[in-house]
Structures are given as C-alpha cells and as structure tokens.
Design a binder for this molecule. Sequence first.
Ligand code: AVJ
Ligand code: FE
Length: 388
Amino acid sequence: MTSSSKEAIASRLAEARRRTLELIAPLDDAQLNRVYSPILSPLAWDLGHIANFEELWLVQTVGGREPLHGELGRFYDAIENPRRTRGELPILRDAELRSYLDEVRERTLEVLDEVEIGPDAADPLLRDGFVYEMLIAHEQQHNETMLQLLQMVDGYEVPPGMGRLSPGQMPVQLDRHFEYPPVRETPHTGGMVRIDAGSYEIGASAQGFAYDNERPRHAVELEAFEIDRTPVSNAAYIAYMEDTGAEPPMYWELDDDAGWVLTTGGGRGPVDPSHPVLHISWHEADAFARWAGKRLPAEHEWEAAHPRLDGVGIAWEWTSSDFLAYPGFEAFPYREYSEAFVGDTYKVLRGGSWATERNVMRPSFRNWDLPERRQIFAGVRCAKDAPS
Ligand code: AVJ
Ligand code: FE
C-alpha cells in the first residue's frame, strides 16, 4: 500500500479523534468521571477504553510494543468490567487520561509508518488495512454510546454538524457518506413495500471491511412479505399510547399546555409528530407492531428490503431476530467482538441512527442490544406476511 493511503488512514484516525474530543469539549473532568446511569459507562471510561483498544491493536499487536501502563488494560476490558462497575475502577482520569490518548496516538502513527498494509499483506489483520478500519469504526461506535450518556447531561448540546434530533429539529446531514441506493419507484400497498418470495444473498462479501458477524455472505430463502416504507412516526406511536395506555418512550413527558415534550439534558421541546419514534425498547416495538396488526421484520427481511426503504439512519430498527452466528461464522479478529454475545439474549437492530457515524452504516451491519434497553437510539419499522 502506498504512503498516500497511509496518509489517508492517519487523517481518518485524526478525524475520528477530532469528533470524539468535540463531543466532550463542553464538559469538565467531574462530568467525565460522573456515573449518570448504571447501564452506561462514565465518559472517562469510554475515552480510556478507546485509547486502550487502540494501544492493544495498533501499538502492541501490530507494532510489538509494550503497553504504556502495564496491566491497566484489564480495567478497560468491556467483558471483564460490566458497565455498572466502571465508575469505581482505578482507570485514568483528568490530565493523565488526556495524555494517554495523545501518547497512544503518537505511537500508533510511528507503527503505521513501519507496517505493510497492502492487499498482499501476509497478516490478515493488516491486509487491506483491516485493523485500522476496525479502530476507526470502534471509536465511531463508542461516540454513539457516549451520545447515549450525553443525553443525560444537564445543558449538553450536541455539537452542530454532528447530526442531531434535538427537540423540534430534524437531524442534519443524514445523507453524509450514505451509501444506500437511491429510492426508486416500487410497487407498494398502503405505506408498505412488497418483497417477493425468493432467495436473497445476506451478509457482507469477502471483500472490503466488515465485522466477523456479517460473514459469510450466504443465501436465505424468504417467503413474500410487506414492510413499511418508513419508520413508525411519533404520531402513530401517540395513537397507540392513547389506544392502549402504553408507556411513553424514554425522555418523553406530558406537559399540561404543550402536550408531549422531549426532555433530554440539552433541553425541552415539543415531540414532532412527523419524526420517527425513538427510545423505545424491543418489547415496546414488538407490542406496537402487534397493535398495528403487523410484526417486526426478521433481520434477513430487513436486509433483503433495504434498497426499497425510506428514512433509514434516524432510528435504529429493532428486528425480531436474536443475535445468532451466520452458518460458517468464524470469529475474527477476537472472540469478544461478536461471539461472546451470540445467543438468544440480544436482539438485532438494523440501519443506524442520527448518532451513528455514516462510516459505520451499511446494509449488512448488525447492531445488537438487550430487548429492554431504551437509552439507545432505537425505533421500529413494521412488516407482515404478504397475502398470497
Ligand atoms: C455493536 C454496539 C453492540 O457496544 O458492545 C464497542 C460495539 N464493540 N466496542 C457494543 C462495540 C466493542 C458493540 N455494539
Ligand atoms: Fe469497545
């Protein structure tokens, strides 16, 4: 690989870091260290984990260097340290944390200078720069987790240009790096698109960057089904709440004068009836779909339908699917990225949200979370079997 593509990697690493630091720029050290919720890490943990993951892969593994802080890495292991314990760990804080981020990055760039990252690289970690793509995506994915917490910080405003769904505002830059094909005219019934029965190729091909859980690409037989062209709106969700007495989504409050208002740390504002509903759990998504006489789409259905869908990339979309390994799955580059979560505990979400960096959105991307979680930026799009 030429030095200019190394330069491209270096500048993308720098851009991801610039965004991370921009997210936390308005906060002081006390806010970085504060535990806002037992289901989310303090921001200082995310920051140290971002740097430690970089050190582990790009400095220690690829560069053969010793870690800067000995055994510190074990406190940043996401599996060893559940989120509710992270506020108490002897992790780096304040000025030490900031210099760790910088020192690791300095070493990363030294190592990048030395390595061979072309298509013929012997090490699969380095081939086509896999490990660098993984690191960039990792930091961007943690930015979304940090945004989940930042919703809870009093007075916090999402930096402009980062995509936002603050009270009363549509998210901006929704089509940044958006690689979904343009929507074409499709036959549809009501607000639903029909997808014919047949065999569909699911998952990421062997070329290009993708996570292990998206591979191998394989054919799946689907029955004919219909899927909503757009995500479920706040208006539809309010109708459902009024009909059934269901709880409102997280961050909603009923105001005597203003009706439903969104109340995140950044402020209060009316719920926009035309926006996709956000901050509902899998259970709530599933109950809504049944109330509407529909069901959740299976993740393969979602992927087969994706070129025909509108409004992807505002709210993650819950699917009916458990996070299972594809036939022939092989863990790469480490068991804990995906394999440790495989089973019937986690549900798959597809698409992306306003808080998802477009670089990590692709049709084969599989997000997963616990079915009761509501702090994630998740909504719902319904499906149903097609009449035969
Ligand atoms: C894909 C969002 C479920 O947060 O556990 C971050 C992403 N993996 N660091 C997670 C991830 C390792 C992952 N999710
Ligand atoms: Fe991580």
